[in-house]
Design a protein around this ligand. Structure first.
Ligand code: NAD
Ligand code: TYD
Length: 350
């Protein structure tokens, strides 16, 4: 009998890569993608797998207890891979409650239903989380699995809370769980409110490139397909009750990354060298802006043999090519609500 795996948030950026990997790699799994299709969820992200015989989609809100109970009672999932979340730090500053609802209440809802109806003997509940729960670093050091939690934004506070609930269900109820905390991802299908796709979209429209503060903040970038492969490995071989850090060992100051992007896009768009860099505008910093994230992924590497397979230069070019070859996707996701969001967020940054 095939194993039913519930993947939440499968219509989002990382979720769509995880769904694609699982549907294509494991014909013996029945993948049920549960997603509310918020502004960040898009079924266009899954065109290539939507007709696969081992895939189905359910539009549902993980915060809805009655709907989740009916879903879990019907499917009796073998396992859950939970990615559904509100994921953007700037939005969490404007509207924290939404983050508490989906990221905390939604996660606890799923835990309760997996505990009641899931296969808690052979299956597991996998929570996909972020390195932002650890707070911020200075110039040196890296986050390890034993770095104390110190979330600074409403987004990271909500993810930290959900990580704690997942751990607590393991300790209190013996639920088989595993957590991973990953650094910033980049790749195709990334909603253009986040740094890289936002800058790509603005460069193509010759709009200003809003760099927060002085652009000195540092992020550790990982190609999204390497994250999906890590999730596959941890889902199958990680130890219950454990946390695994995932990262690219690939730190960039925001300003250096944006300049590199400008240079590559000028070349690809046949613009004059230096043209797009002129669009860089330093704007008011994000409130509580974490200075630096960097991940020590040695536990995952040593225990499960994971390592990133896509070098940054290659992944970055591939990513840029994807957006340039899918400008209709960018046009679609940036129409309507996005325009209002953009005006609201960036008007006040000056
Ligand atoms: P995303 O915002 O692109 O996608 C989130 C998905 O969740 C969307 O499809 C959305 O429709 C769905 N969703 C939101 N609220 C929902 C609800 N109430 N019920 C059902 N579905 C809902 O996010 P992403 O960047 O793909 O991130 C996925 C997960 O990975 C998140 O849990 C995030 O915290 C984590 N993460 C992201 C990154 C990153 O760099 N993007 C890094 C580490 C961890
Ligand atoms: P983001 O993609 O929002 O990811 P996170 O804040 O979760 O790491 O932002 C990445 C970095 O880029 C972060 O330091 C904030 C900065 N940033 C800008 O400078 N300008 C922007 O318009 C955005 C969206 C982000």
């Amino acid at each position: 009998m095939s194993k039913k795996i519930c993947i939440t948030g499968g219509a989002g950026f990382i979720g769509s890569h995880v769904v694609r990997l699982f549907v294509n790699t494991y014909p013996g799994y029945e993948i049920v993608n549960v997603d509310k299709l918020t502004y960040a969820g898009n079924l266009e992200n899954l065109r290539d797998v939507e007709n696969a015989s081992n895939y189905s989609f359910v539009r549902a809100d993980i915060t809805d207890a009655a709907v989740m109970e009916a879903l879990f009672a019907e499917h009796r999932f073998h396992s859950v891979i939970h990615l559904a979340a509100e994921s953007h730090v700037d939005r969490s500053i404007s509207n924290p409650i939404e983050f508490v609802m989906t990221n905390v209440v939604g996660t606890v809802n799923l835990l309760n239903n997996f505990k009641t109806y899931g296969n808690t003997v052979e299956g597991r509940f996998y929570h996909v989380s972020t390195d932002e729960v650890y707070g911020t670093l200075g110039d040196d050091g890296k986050f390890t699995e034993s770095t104390p939690y110190s979330p600074n934004s409403p987004y990271s506070a909500s993810k930290a809370a959900s990580d704690h609930f997942v751990r607590a269900y393991h300790e209190t109820f013996g639920l088989p769980v595993v957590i991973s905390n990953c650094s910033n991802n980049y790749g195709s299908h990334h909603f253009p409110e986040k740094l890289i796709p936002l800058m790509i979209n603005n460069i193509r429209h010759k709009k200003s490139l809003p760099v927060y503060g002085r652009g000195e903040n540092v992020r550790d970038w990982l190609y999204v397909e390497d994250h999906a492969k890590a999730i596959d490995l941890i889902f199958h071989r990680g130890r219950n009750g454990e946390t695994y850090n995932i990262g690219g060992n690939n730190e960039w100051k925001n300003i250096d990354l944006v300049k590199k992007l400008c240079e590559i896009m000028d070349r690809k768009l046949n613009r004059n060298p230096g043209e797009s860099e002129q669009l860089i505008t330093y704007v008011t910093d994000r409130a509580g802006h974490d200075f630096r994230y960097a991940i020590d992924a040695s536990k995952l590497m040593n225990e499960l043999g994971w390592k990133p397979t896509v070098a940054f230069d290659e992944g970055f070019e591939k990513t840029i090519d994807w957006y340039l070859n899918h400008q209709d996707w960018l046009d679609h996701v940036t129409s309507g609500e996005y325009q209002k969001y953009y005006e609201h967020m960036y008007a006040k940054r000056g």
